[in-house]
Design a protein around this ligand. Structure first.
Ligand code: NCD
Length: 359
């Protein structure tokens, strides 16, 4: 049985097939109105959300299914100390598929190892956000007409911005992609993505500070919010929060067929005056998120007809080495086994199987 925890769980062919399904849903919505009749989706949101949770719910309703769930941790038994594994086992008794957002990195993965229905990662800490990437891919495909041969600028909080991490992992597998990573040095892209994804696959990229200088070369500009809730120090957030503001003057430096994406919510990093520019695609992107989530639910429910779960790949696994990332799910769930994997044998680097940080 398949789940979607990391965007790497799906091949490029599968991503392209999801995009094709989403485009078919847009063209022929009536065909899908009862596709998930009598099926139930749970949305388990241990962290705030507007778009992701409600677009999942709208997606399931438009497929003729039903939804249940909660939108804050305090209203679930997690507040009484229930583990992620137990929560996943219980929800498997009630629903056919579940989407989980959690502040702890690796929590949806733990759920997927324990659930007997498909689990979708709807954002885990500063780690991954694969369904936002699905929305991003459909948006780039519709706006630009292709997913290859593009120069993509990612601007803002590349360290804690989980949407950026998943988008890079996805786009790096298409041909002719170049990244321009625009951030202050304190908010650089994490080393594991630069090393394992960009360097390991020879993907061209540059790291720059100036948005103005990067603008003229970009086909896609992906703006992000500085992720206040993930900072260890309030002072550091205050110092960095106004690093970038995309305004009408900066838009004038961009190509006429560039498109601007943002996973939203925005704080002040895109001036509202930019919204009227036809290149501003972020509200269309939010709508695309619903169509891609419909396509995803259809795919995972179809694959759940074969309930076999893949065993944990044992290659390079090492047990009982404790992960030191304080944001990892293993830092709070005492019963969870500590497991890491040798991911870069030539450097002897092991990474936690939950959060991917070096152990
Ligand atoms: C993003 C998230 O939650 O990571 N929002 C979203 O899901 N659309 C981006 C953010 O919160 O800045």
């Amino acid at each position: 049985m398949r789940s979607l925890i990391s965007i790497l769980d799906f091949s490029v062919e599968e991503l392209d097939a999801l995009i094709a399904t989403a485009k078919d849903i847009i063209a022929y919505p009536d065909k899908y109105r009862e596709a998930c009749k009598y099926k139930k989706l749970a949305t388990l949101f241990f962290e705030p959300s507007t778009r992701t949770r409600l677009s999942f719910e709208a997606a399931m309703l438009e497929l003729g299914g039903s939804v249940l769930g909660f939108s804050e941790a305090s209203s679930s038994s997690a507040s009484k100390g229930e583990s992620m594994a137990d929560t996943a086992k219980i929800l498997s008794c009630y629903v056919d598929i579940m989407a989980i957002r959690h502040p702890r990195e690796g929590a949806p993965y733990v759920a997927s190892r324990n659930a007997t229905v498909p689990v979708i990662n709807a954002g885990d800490g500063g780690h991954n956000h694969p369904t936002q990437t699905l929305a991003d891919l459909l948006t780039i495909s519709r706006e630009k007409g292709r997913l290859h041969d593009l120069t993509i600028g990612l601007c803002g909080d590349l360290k804690y911005g989980r949407t950026v991490h998943s988008l890079i992992e996805a786009m790096a597998r298409y041909s002719g992609i170049r990244f321009v990573l625009i951030s202050p040095k304190e908010l650089r892209l994490p080393g594991y993505i630069r090393g394992n994804v960009l360097d390991a696959h020879g993907i061209p990229y540059e790291e720059v500070f100036s948005l103005e200088e990067a603008m003229p070369q970009l086909d896609v500009l992906y703006m992000t919010r500085i992720q206040r809730e993930r900072f260890d120090s309030v002072e550091e957030y205050e110092r960095l929060k106004n690093s970038y503001v995309l305004d009408v003057e900066k838009m004038a430096l961009g190509k006429s067929d560039m498109c601007v994406l943002h996973p939203l919510p925005r704080v002040n990093e895109i001036s509202v005056k930019v919204d009227d520019d036809p290149r501003a695609a972020y509200f269309r992107q939010a709508l695309n998120g619903k169509y891609m989530r419909m396509a995803l639910i259809l795919k995972l429910l179809e694959e759940a007809k074969n309930p076999e779960k893949e065993p944990l790949d044992s290659e390079g696994l090492v047990y009982d080495r404790v992960c030191t990332n304080p944001k990892c799910i293993s830092a709070v769930e005492q019963e969870l086994p500590h497991i890491c994997r040798l991911t870069e044998p030539e450097l002897g680097i092991h990474r936690c199987i939950y959060c991917e940080q070096k152990v």
